[in-house]
Design a protein around this ligand. Structure first.
Ligand SMILES: *Cc1c(COP(=O)(O)O)cnc(C)c1O
Length: 367
């Protein structure tokens, strides 16, 4: 069965916009795209529209992720792939997606924008946020189009058990697209699910340069999937999604893999150090093991603690409103000195009486 059978019937035959750059390439005297003859920023070469999917970037990403170039769609962050997949597969008012909260918020936001219903199989908070795969199977309906799995998961940091994920993917053949979001894959030990794409046409993997590669500002993310699905999404997507300076930045970062590897191993060391330090801090009730570049932990009063940290100049994420995460905060790993500053500030907040006059800063104006 073709993966295109999971795509909205009205989009399967869409031809897409034929851009000047696609029609004629970049050779010759280019008078075909209503561009200016010179760059608005002298010397920057920005007067030309970029390639929709620059071949050099697509092949560098394919090499990095161990897939073929025709299995790669490059977008404005992997966020764009979440949106494109939702729009391409879900008919408004009819089709559904399945998520496992607490998890990354964009799966639900994109479903809401598209008018797709969201079904949830919560991770089991009491079992370290394990996933009940039997419940997940039971929640798949004939109109479920996408199952979003995030491993390592944001905001909890845990990884899903590989054997059970693969068994589930096998079960979903012809029924739903299973998307595994590996935004934090570089920080874990598990091999990428990209290696399984040849076996499963209904499997897709998300990767990004925003986290391990330090390029969140360049907005470069990848969808790895069956070539038929990639080709269809290229026709749906904006004609020139990737700004030239961002493409250049991505090529530079991908060519400096040893630098990325060094940061990832330092970050993993720091994560383990912060995990251990948090477990020893009085007032920290729980710390979840993480395979990502952040650590989630529980305190008695998340919002008060967040404010206390902010008043001391340290901004973490309050994730206490997520399902199963009451009292939880999430801290991203910085340089060792940053992490020390966080740990010192947290120790200070948790040992300072909230209503004490000793520290008038505790409650000052941080919204
Ligand atoms: C950060 C993040 C993304 C988004 O990454 P971009 O490529 O920057 O859009 C996707 N999924 C998860 C789980 C994330 O945490």
């Amino acid at each position: 069965m073709s993966v295109l059978e999971l795509v909205r019937p009205d989009l399967r035959g869409l031809r897409g916009y034929s851009s000047a750059r696609l029609e004629a390439g970049e050779a010759g005297l280019l008078l075909n795209a209503n561009e200016a003859p010179d760059s608005g920023v002298p010397g920057a070469g920005l007067h030309r529209y970029p390639q929709p999917q620059p071949a050099a970037l697509v092949s560098a990403l394919a090499r990095t992720y161990g897939v073929r170039p025709e299995q790669v769609l490059v977008g404005r962050g992997s966020d764009e792939a979440v949106d494109l997949l939702t729009r391409a597969l879900c008919r408004a008012g009819q089709d559904r997606v399945l998520i496992c909260p607490p998890t990354f918020g964009m799966y639900q936001v994109c479903a809401a924008v598209q008018g797709a219903a969201v079904d949830s199989v919560p991770l089991q908070a009491e079992q370290g946020f394990a996933l009940d795969f039997a419940a997940l199977r039971a929640a798949v309906t004939p109109t479920t189009r996408i199952v979003w799995l995030c491993s390592p998961n944001n905001p909890t940091g845990g990884e899903l058990p590989r054997a059970q994920v693969l068994e589930f993917v096998a079960d979903m053949a012809g029924r739903a697209l299973v998307v595994i979001d590996e935004a934090y894959g570089e920080f874990g030990d598990a091999p990428s699910y990209a290696g399984e794409l040849e076996r499963f046409p209904h499997l897709a993997v998300l990767r990004t340069l925003s986290k391990a590669y330090g390029l969140a500002g360049a907005r470069i993310g990848s969808l790895l999937a069956h070539p038929e699905l990639i080709a269809l999404l290229r026709r749906l997507m904006a004609p020139y999604p990737l700004p030239t300076p961002c493409v250049d930045a991505a090529l530079t970062a991908l060519a400096a893999q040893p630098r990325v590897d060094a940061w990832v191993s330092q970050c993993v060391q720091e994560r383990e150090r912060v995990y251990t330090s948090l477990r020893l801090l009085p007032g920290v009730r729980q710390v979840w093991p993480s395979a990502a570049n952040f650590v989630a932990f529980r305190v008695d009063e998340a919002t008060t603690t967040w404010r206390g940290l902010a008043a001391r100049g340290v901004v973490v994420r309050d994730v206490s409103h997520y399902l199963g995460l009451a009292g939880a905060l999430r801290v991203s790993m910085g340089w060792p000195a940053h992490n020390d500053a966080f740990l010192d500030a947290l120790r200070n907040v948790l040992t300072t009486p909230v209503r004490g006059v000793a520290d008038p800063q505790t409650e000052t104006g941080v919204a």
